[in-house]
Design a protein around this ligand. Structure first.
Ligand SMILES: C[S@@+](CC[C@H](N)C(=O)[O-])C[C@H]1O[C@@H](n2cnc3c(N)ncnc32)[C@H](O)[C@@H]1O
Length: 334
C-alpha cells in the first residue's frame, strides 16, 4: 500500500542532521547541495536559514512530490533535480559552500515493501532506487553463475557467495525467481546451519544485489569527484556512508588528495602532487548514543568531511584506478 507523501516524509529519521548543520553553518547563508534529497530532511533544515540556497538531487521519482512542496514554498531558494548525483556538475553555479551525500536508502524506500529492498517483503524483486538499466529480478534470473558469485562476494563480502550463486542458478532452471521471499529462501538454504551472526543471513546478499542494480560504487566515485569540481575553495565535501566499501573509497580519496598526505603513495604516480583538499585529519564522526537509541539505523553511519583547497581541479585518476575492480564489476550490467 502506498502511503500519502506526508506520512512518507514523517517515516524517515535523518541521520546526524545536527552535525551536518554545524559543519556547514548556514546561518550566514550560502549555496548548498543536497545530493541525496530523500525525505528532504536536510534541505528543509537548511531552508530554515533565510539566506541559504539549496540545490537538491534524488534519482527516485517517488520524492518529486515532496520536493515540489519545497519549491512552491521557497521558490528560487530551492531547486530539485530528479537525476542521479553522477550528473551533479550539469548544474550551475559552481561555487558551493558544501556538498552533502547521505548514502544508502531512505525509510521511504526500505519501508515500501513493494519495492523489494527489504528481506521482510514478499513482493516482486525490484530494488530499483530509480533510473537503472535492470532490476534485481533481471539480475537474478539472467546473470551467469560466475557473475552472481562475483557480485555477491565483492559487494556483500558474503562468505557463502559461491553456494548462493549455484543455488540461484539451480532454482531458476526450474522456474523464474520472482519474489523477495523466494530469494530469501534460496539464501537461507545456502547458508551454513550454524549461522549465528547478529545480522540477518540475507543482509549481505541483499546489499550486494542492490549495489549492483543501482551501480552504487560508480555513482559514488563519480559523485564525489564531481562534487569536488563544484565546491569553492574552503567549501566542504561531506559524506555519510553506511558500509565499508563506501567508507574505504571516501577515506582513500580524502587522505590521498589532501595537502598533508604523509608519504608518496604507490597508488599515486600520476596525481601525486594533486592537493584537492586542505589538510585532512582522517577522523570519523559517529552518531551520538542518544541518536542511536532513537534511530538504530544511525549506528553504522560514518561521517567524513574534507575541505576543498584552492588548487585548480584536475581529475584524480588514481582514485578511479584504485577502485577499477569494483567499477568494472558494475559494468557487467546488461
Ligand atoms: C538515506 S536517503 C537520504 C535521506 C535524506 N538525507 C533525509 O534525511 O531525508 C538516500 C537518498 O539518496 C538517493 N540516492 C541514492 N543514490 C543516489 C544517486 N546516485 N543519485 C541520486 N540520488 C541517490 C536515494 O534515492 C535516497 O532517496
Amino acid at each position: 500500500m502506498k502511503l500519502p507523501h506526508t506520512s512518507l516524509e514523517a517515516k524517515h529519521l535523518p541521520v546526524m542532521i545536527d552535525e551536518v548543520v554545524k559543519i556547514c553553518n548556514p546561518k550566514n547563508g550560502g549555496n548548498f547541495m543536497d545530493c541525496t534529497f530523500g525525505a528532504g530532511s536536510y534541505s528543509k533544515e537548511f531552508l530554515k536559514y533565510q539566506a541559504a540556497k539549496i540545490v537538491a538531487f534524488d534519482r527516485d521519482s517517488q520524492v518529486i512530490e515532496i520536493a515540489k512542496k519545497l519549491q512552491k514554498k521557497f521558490e528560487s531558494r530551492f531547486t530539485f533535480h530528479n537525476k542521479k548525483f553522477s550528473d551533479l556538475d550539469l548544474v550551475s553555479p559552481k561555487n558551493f559552500d558544501a556538498v552533502i551525500f547521505d548514502l544508502g536508502l531512505s525509510s521511504i524506500q526500505l519501508d515500501d515493501l513493494s519495492r523489494g529492498f527489504s528481506f521482510k517483503s514478499k513482493d516482486e524483486l525490484n530494488m530499483v532506487m530509480g533510473q537503472t538499466k535492470v532490476s534485481a529480478k533481471d539480475v537474478l534470473n539472467t546473470y551467469s553463475n560466475q557473475d552472481l558469485k562475483d557480485i555477491i562476494k565483492t559487494f556483500g563480502d558474503e562468505e557463502d557467495a559461491s553456494k548462493i550463486a549455484k543455488n540461484l542458478v539451480r532454482y531458476r532452471s526450474q522456474r523464474q525467481i520472482n519474489t523477495t521471499d523466494e530469494f530469501v529462501k534460496i539464501i537461507k538454504q545456502s547458508k551454513k546451519k550454524n549461522y549465528k551472526k547478529k545480522i540477518d543471513e540475507s543482509t549481505k546478499t541483499f546489499q550486494a544485489i542492490r549495489i549492483f542494480v543501482n551501480q552504487e560504487i560508480s555513482e559514488l566515485i563519480e559523485g564525489i569527484i564531481k562534487a569536488t569540481k563544484v565546491l569553492k575553495p574552503g567549501g566542504k565535501l561531506i559524506v555519510i556512508s553506511f558500509h565499508s566499501i563506501e567508507d574505504k573509497i571516501i577515506k582513500f580519496y580524502f587522505k590521498n588528495f589532501s595537502k598533508n598526505r604523509s608519504r608518496a603513495n604507490k597508488y599515486l604516480p600520476e596525481n601525486s602532487n594533486l592537493s584537492l583538499f586542505e589538510n585532512y585529519k582522517n577522523s570519523i564522526i559517529k552518531a551520538s548514543s542518544k541518536e542511536i537509541k532513537k534511530n538504530p539505523r544511525s549506528r553504522s553511519a560514518k561521517l567524513r568531511v574534507a575541505v576543498r583547497s584552492a588548487e585548480v581541479f584536475r581529475d584524480p585518476i588514481e582514485l578511479r584506478k584504485k577502485f577499477k575492480y569494483l567499477t568494472d564489476l558494475e559494468k557487467r550490467i546488461a
